[in-house]
Design a binder for this molecule. Structure first.
Ligand code: PLP
Length: 362
């Protein structure tokens, strides 16, 4: 008997008090050697060299681990504040942007009106809404995966937009976000910018204009630090204050000492960061041309992945055939997007191997 069936058949009375939820399913982290891993949008290049040096220093001084880390993430917040040119009162740091977004849902969406987000977007939003019992409504994107802003002009308790969107890669410019925000001043609007560094425009300059705007970013993709778990949010002092009140009511010491130290090193090396981004962007653009000539169709991505479909072969079959050749890409078994593959941008060599294998299996 499968586990779900067993649970349903023997419901004990204490189980009526359980907070039941269907969890988010993250992309696979296979423990197979020599695969080409293009399924979870990790950066193919290592983090800044200073991160390694800081790790070595830490290894020689493990005594720092004896003490609790700074609950207010002093060093990291200071370096982020300097880097982005904003005061600390406008800054929030969390355990990856998933933690930041989860805290933001818990803090800002506490009413009876539905929170709005696109039907095709980061598939964690509806899970957080479910777990925190937040009503929500998914607004359909059009057939080109574009947002129609007028669809959001309905009663709502908040809005979440990923920009560039995931898993489509479609980006809106800052003027569009500005015009959108000007119509939604009465609810908190979250702009999830997990991929913004790969060539989209950040809404960060708009936090002074709109005190209800929360911009969320991460070290996971553009800074090659998915394993460290660092994310951050920018917003008005009032917004950040509310967010910190909730965060400090759940867990004071979310950020561990090594990640605070290493993230600071990543911020310090701007040159490495820019060079890394340029490489990924150049590979993305050359991969677009190659996929196009193989017959793939996709929206123009500003992220470190391409969301592609092929007219002649079902996505799931392509995914299986790639897997048999040691290349892992992401397929979502969901309405409207089940004939698409989300292909992360790896190194030039990895993408050439992908293209060669695709040419063979199509
Ligand atoms: C990857 C991703 C995140 C979460 O990243 P973290 O590793 O938790 O920082 C958030 N939003 C979107 C749209 C993502 O793709």
């Amino acid at each position: 008997m499968d586990e779900t069936k067993e649970r349903a058949e023997t419901l004990m009375s204490w189980e009526e008090n359980v907070r039941k939820v269907t969890p988010y399913v993250p992309g696979e982290q296979p423990r197979i050697a020599n695969i080409i891993k293009l399924n979870t949008n990790e950066n193919p290049y290592p983090p800044a060299p200073g991160v390694r040096k800081a790790l070595e220093i830490l290894a020689g001084n493990t005594d720092v681990l004896r003490k609790y880390p700074s609950p207010t993430c002093d060093q990291l917040e200071e370096s982020l504040g300097k880097y982005y040119g904003i005061p600390r009162e406008n800054l929030f740091v969390g355990v990856g942007s998933d933690d930041v977004l989860s805290m933001a849902f818990l803090t800002f969406f506490h009413g009876n009106k539905p929170v709005l987000f696109p039907d095709i977007t980061y598939s964690f939003y509806d899970v957080w809404a479910d777990v925190y019992r937040i009503p929500y409504k998914q607004i359909p994107l059009d057939e080109n995966f574009e947002i129609h802003e007028e669809d959001y002009e309905i009663e709502n308790g908040g809005i979440v937009i990923a920009n560039p969107n995931a898993p489509t890669g479609v980006a809106k410019d800052r003027d569009w976000i500005d015009a959108f925000l000007s119509k939604h001043k009465d609810v908190v609007v979250i702009v999830d910018e997990a991929y913004v560094d790969f060539g989209a425009e950040s809404a960060l300059p708009l936090i002074d204009k709109y005190d209800n705007l929360l911009v969320v970013q991460t070290f996971s993709k553009s800074r090659s630090l998915a394993g460290l778990r660092i994310g951050m949010a920018f917003g008005s002092a009032k917004l950040i204050h509310y967010l910190k009140d909730v965060k400090f009511s759940v867990n004071s010491y979310t950020m561990n000492q090594p990640s605070l130290m290493l993230a600071t090193e990543s911020i310090a090396d701007e040159e490495y960061f820019r060079a890394n981004l340029e490489k990924v962007i150049a590979t993305r653009e050359s991969t677009k041309l190659k996929l196009k000539s193989l017959g793939f169709r996709f929206a123009d991505s500003k992220a470190n992945f391409i969301f592609a479909t092929h007219p002649n072969k079902p996505a799931e079959e392509i995914m299986q055939a790639l897997r048999a050749e040691g290349i892992i890409v992401r397929h979502f078994k969901k309405p409207r997007i089940d004939n698409y593959l989300r292909i992360s941008i790896g190194t030039d060599e990895e993408m050439q191997r992908l293209v060669d294998v695709l040419a063979k299996i199509l």
